[in-house]
Design a protein around this ligand. Structure first.
Ligand code: ADP
Ligand code: F6P
Length: 372
């Protein structure tokens, strides 16, 4: 634990708070339920903060534990929420938290409510805010990666990714059924403003013809050329290809509907019907898969342990069988300083990280095979 900010509290933590922030992710509720149970087992009260950092600034806290006789127990409706998508606590994009005054106000509210530590479930934006809160105010914070985008550094997985992938795959299977019936081509757009992870993995899993990712850095003209090329190749009569499926990440710089319009214009000389489907928020909703529920539980267990042991400004990370970071009681879950995670996230998104380069290389190698 030497690398981490350890907070000298002088007394054991008796009360902590949890918030969910940024884009909701299936499994956030499972993480919340697990965190409350683990804290309860250690005799620590838990308060839920409503609507992410907005609720922290406004002091919107409500108890997630209560006493039953001499026992501390989780409140009743938490168990029901554990298997549900979205977030029971609510989430927000909170402009006030970008300002130091907003973060100071949140720390003031937390201290006035005699809360000794904060658990934040969210993506890289939310954990940037958590890092600044810990740095500027000294308030103890531990982060749990929860974002369907899978764009956080130091962790190979985040809560919600597996559920989102399964939703995309089911949607693509449905689209493929109708596409094959009419020998059509489809461009399916999936979420991922800065990250093409969902598009990349779902393209492989659905045996699509190609994936278009923001990390490929193509211009709008190049994207249109590439889709025209793919559709022409797939629609050749001697190929006898019943459907053409191209999965495009939201962050690729041309909206799916315009892309399809432009490509259709260019393909007037051949008989092919090209359609666009934007999955949008369908990708983010829905109940979490078994994998996400388990991941959420294991993250929450390690995160509560770290918080109660006095760690702060750290994030739990999924690193099965990898050396690095400090150990937790779960050999697949490691603790990283949030600052280190944010550095790696920036490299993931600007393409300088070895992980992004390896992903792109694998995708390039797969493109030739996918189109067959
Ligand atoms: P996600 O956590 O899913 O990446 P956002 O990027 O929208 O989602 O971030 C969620 C919230 O986290 C923001 O609305 C803001 O309140 C806080 N946040 C994000 N970036 C920062 C930052 N650089 N400084 C302080 N707070 C931030
Ligand atoms: O960060 C998760 C995410 O779903 C991105 O993939 C997407 O670009 C963004 O959130 C959409 O956010 P909102 O629901 O606020 O439009």
């Amino acid at each position: 634990m030497g690398r981490f900010l350890l907070v000298d509290r002088g007394e054991l933590l008796k009360r902590i708070a949890v918030l969910t922030s940024g884009g909701d992710a299936p499994g956030m509720n499972a993480g919340l339920l697990a965190a409350v149970k683990v804290a309860t087992a250690r005799g620590v009260e838990v308060l839920g903060i409503e609507r992410g950092y907005d609720g922290a600034i406004d002091g919107q806290f409500s108890p997630l534990t209560r006493t039953a006789g001499s026992d501390l127990v989780p409140i009743g409706n938490l168990e029901r929420a554990g298997g549900r998508g979205g977030t029971l606590l609510g989430s927000s994009r909170c402009p006030r938290f970008f300002e130091p005054q907003g973060r100071a106000a949140a720390a003031g509210q937390l201290r006035r409510a005699r809360i000794g530590g904060l658990l934040v479930l969210g993506g890289n934006g939310s954990l940037t805010g958590a890092h600044k809160l810990a740095q500027e105010t000294g308030f103890p914070v531990v982060g749990i990666p929860a974002s369907i985008d899978n764009d956080l550094g130091c962790t190979s997985d985040a809560i919600g990714v597996d559920s989102a992938l399964n939703t995309i795959i089911e949607a693509c299977d449905r689209i493929s059924d109708t596409a094959r019936s009419h020998h059509r081509a489809f461009v399916v757009e999936v979420m991922g403003r800065d990250s093409g992870y969902l598009a990349m993995v779902s393209a492989v899993a659905t045996a699509a013809d190609a994936a278009l990712l923001p990390e490929q850095g193509m211009t709008e003209a190049e994207v249109i050329d590439e889709v025209e090329r793919l559709v022409r190749a797939g629609a050749r009569p001697d190929r006898d290809k019943p459907r053409i499926l191209i999965i495009k990440a939201e962050g690729v710089p041309v909206p799916a509907t315009r892309l399809v319009r432009e490509v259709s214009e260019r393909l007037r000389d051949i008989q092919v019907d090209v359609r666009a489907t934007v999955l949008g928020h369908i990708v983010r909703g829905g109940n979490p898969t078994a994998h996400d529920r388990l991941l959420a539980g294991r993250f929450a267990f390690a995160a509560i342990g770290a918080l109660l042991d006095g760690a702060s400004d750290v994030m739990v990370a999924w690193r099965p069988a990898v050396v690095g970071g400090a150990e937790t009681s779960d050999s697949s879950v490691r603790l990283f300083p949030i600052a280190e995670m944010l550095e790696e996230t920036a490299a993931l998104l600007d393409g300088t990280s070895s992980v992004t380069r390896a992903r792109l290389q694998r995708m390039k190698a797969a493109q030739g095979v996918l189109g067959l």
